[in-house]
Design a protein around this ligand. Structure first.
Ligand SMILES: C[S@@+](CC[C@H](N)C(=O)[O-])C[C@H]1O[C@@H](n2cnc3c(N)ncnc32)[C@H](O)[C@@H]1O
Length: 296
């Protein structure tokens, strides 16, 4: 499937997860773009210098979000290379296209697509995904589509969160909120399995094997992430996005009634976190998972 065909077909066949990204999460992600992009960039900064990507490569960035990693990759591959950013969310793609144009980036393009259904079958040298694959409801299908996008021998890297314990920036606020509100039920509306769905190395290694990869390697990366410009910003971020945000959203009216007491408890917990220039930072931990598409 070509990139052009991908853009034309997928918009009419959205899964409930893709609808959730577009209708519910996009406005929240845009509001907290400063946290999500600046915060997560601390991970990329540690990882980017070692990515197996070279001048002239053709690169696919899956779940590219606001496009910042695609733009960095476009810089690395230079004018002889190219980057295609794929995301299922229209609003993020608009940002990515505008940002690339504003920076005069000519070798990056952005297309709408659902990676679980299809990806462009170009012979990409490198496929990348930062914190996108954990949301695949059918991870083997998504990972296989990413492999099929690679040329024989091409490499992929995807970055996913490790366990809850080593990611207090996501788990601590949920623990606080659960002191006041119930766990979401099985019928909760979500954007997919969630941030910790790929935290188990053995399970993900098996998924990658079934998806047809070889030379599968896991590297642990610990890095602080920004969770807000100040305590107020961090509270609002946690109640809007991520596991705490899901508990809060699903609790509906009960959450609004208890907002005051929940915010006070969060303020207490967040105030104890480290302050850095320009915001509040908390510990996080991810897997950088690399693999290769077999030669034949
Ligand atoms: C947590 S965000 C990460 C965005 C970006 N990679 C970053 O690191 O800033 C996850 C992204 O994956 C996208 N996404 C989720 N499921 C997807 C799917 N099935 N196909 C394509 N994109 C998907 C979402 O729209 C969102 O932009």
């Amino acid at each position: 499937m070509s990139v052009a065909e991908l853009g034309q077909t997928n918009s009419q066949n959205d899964t409930p997860f893709v609808e959730f990204w577009n209708d519910v999460l996009a406005p929240k992600f845009i509001r907290f773009k400063h946290v999500l992009v600046d915060g997560l960039t601390r991970h990329s900064d540690a990882i980017f210098p070692n990515l197996p990507v070279r001048h002239g490569d053709r690169v696919l960035d899956v779940g590219c979000g606001f496009g910042d990693t695609a733009i960095k990759l476009a810089d690395i591959v230079g004018p002889d290379g190219s980057v295609v950013g794929i995301d299922c969310c229209d609003a993020f793609l608009d940002y990515a296209r505008r940002d690339a144009a504003a920076r005069g980036i000519k070798n990056a393009s952005f297309e709408r697509g659902d990676a679980e259904i299809a990806l462009p079958s170009r012979d990409f040298d490198f496929v990348f995904a930062r914190f996108g694959t954990m949301f695949f409801a059918n991870p083997v299908a998504g990972l296989r589509n990413m492999r099929s996008a690679l040329r024989p021998g091409g490499r992929m890297v995807h970055i996913v969160w490790r366990n809850r314990v080593d990611n207090p920036w996501l788990s601590m606020a949920k623990d606080v909120v659960l002191r006041f509100l119930p766990e979401p039920g099985d019928d909760a509306l979500t954007c997919g399995p969630g941030p910790f769905s790929m935290s188990n190395e053995d399970t993900v290694r098996k998924m990658m094997e079934v998806a047809g990869y070889e030379d599968i390697r896991f590297e642990r990366v610990d890095a602080p992430v920004l969770v807000g410009n100040d305590v107020r910003d961090a509270i609002e971020f946690q109640l809007a996005i991520g596991p705490a945000g899901e508990v809060f959203r699903e609790a509906g009216e009960e959450a609004n009634e208890k907002r005051g007491v929940i915010e006070a408890a969060l303020a207490d917990a967040i105030s104890k976190q480290a302050k850095a220039d320009g915001g509040i930072v908390m510990d996080s931990s991810s897997w950088v998972i690399s693999a290769r598409n077999p030669l034949n």
